[in-house]
Design a protein around this ligand. Structure first.
Ligand code: SAM
Length: 241
């Protein structure tokens, strides 16, 4: 069954954008997934078709109206999860991506201005997702990131079946470094073991490199990996604390 993405946005022309190219673009052409970008403004009423209004309590900027957004959501809601892109959301991780890719698709709401009236997020029980600790001008680029990450996990989209298995985050670690020809470049040689043809030694080297790079660059991932892979010490009565 085709994995379906619906994007609710004020800028539908931004889609599929880069997702119409390369891996995701080919998968789109082949029907592995589909995308429909809907203009939120189509659900606004009045002469000016306003989608936003001033924030209660005062302050800078404008807020996207709950009534307009609810009309846009009601027009496409089905069994797919509803996601809203927001810097306040839970971080987008490979586990979140894998969960979404495993389902029927996703409906993604893209914010603009100062953000979205919180009531529609709660009313619809939407999952709030952030792509990182920085502020974008709109949710569209964040939605593209989310969809790209999901689409490449869909069955048949990635070329080699194993290419998604060993990469970063798949096992809680960053990936080992890659090298290709020439074996000697600018006085820098490729690690000998990678030229040895000894697959066991190569696998051991890669596993060690993945652990080292994760420990060095991402102490947070490393701590989570250790907690997951090492048996916990159960304190018994009388044991030293
Ligand atoms: N006032 C908001 C705040 O401080 O959290 C930022 C609003 S931002 C200018 C406009 C929209 O961009 C947001 O409603 C959201 O949809 C999107 N956005 C910005 N940064 C994001 C991020 N890191 N992850 C996901 N979406 C983001």
């Amino acid at each position: 069954m085709t994995w379906r993405a619906t994007v609710l946005t004020l800028f539908p022309e931004m889609f599929p954008g880069p997702l119409g190219q390369s891996l995701a673009g080919r998968a789109l052409e082949q029907g592995s997934w589909s995308i429909e970008a809907r203009n939120i403004r189509d659900h606004a009423s009045g002469k000016h078709r306003n989608v936003d209004d001033a924030p209660f309590g005062g302050g800078a900027g404008m807020v996207m109206r709950a009534d307009v957004l609810e009309a846009a959501i009601a027009d496409c809601a089905d069994d797919r999860p509803l996601v809203v892109m927001t810097p306040r959301g839970r971080p987008l991780t490979q586990a979140v991506v894998a969960g979404l890719a495993d389902g029927p698709g996703v409906i993604v709401l893209c914010g603009r201005f100062e953000g979205i009236d919180q009531r529609v997020i709660e009313y619809r029980g939407m999952t709030e997702i952030s792509i990182g600790d920085y502020v974008l001008s709109g949710g569209e680029t964040a939605a593209l990131v989310l969809l790209d990450a999901c689409v490449r996990l869909l069955p048949g989209v990635m070329g080699a079946a194993e290419s998604g298995v060993e990469e970063s985050f798949a096992h809680g670690l960053l990936e080992y470094p890659h090298y290709t020809r020439p074996a000697d470049w600018c006085g820098r040689a490729v690690p000998d073991v990678l030229l040895s043809g000894n697959h066991e030694a190569i696998a051991t080297w890669r596993a060690r490199a993945a652990r080292e790079i994760t420990q060095e660059r991402r102490p947070d991932l490393w701590a989570a990996y250790l907690a997951q892979t090492q048996p916990t010490t159960i304190k018994t009565k009388g044991s030293a604390s």
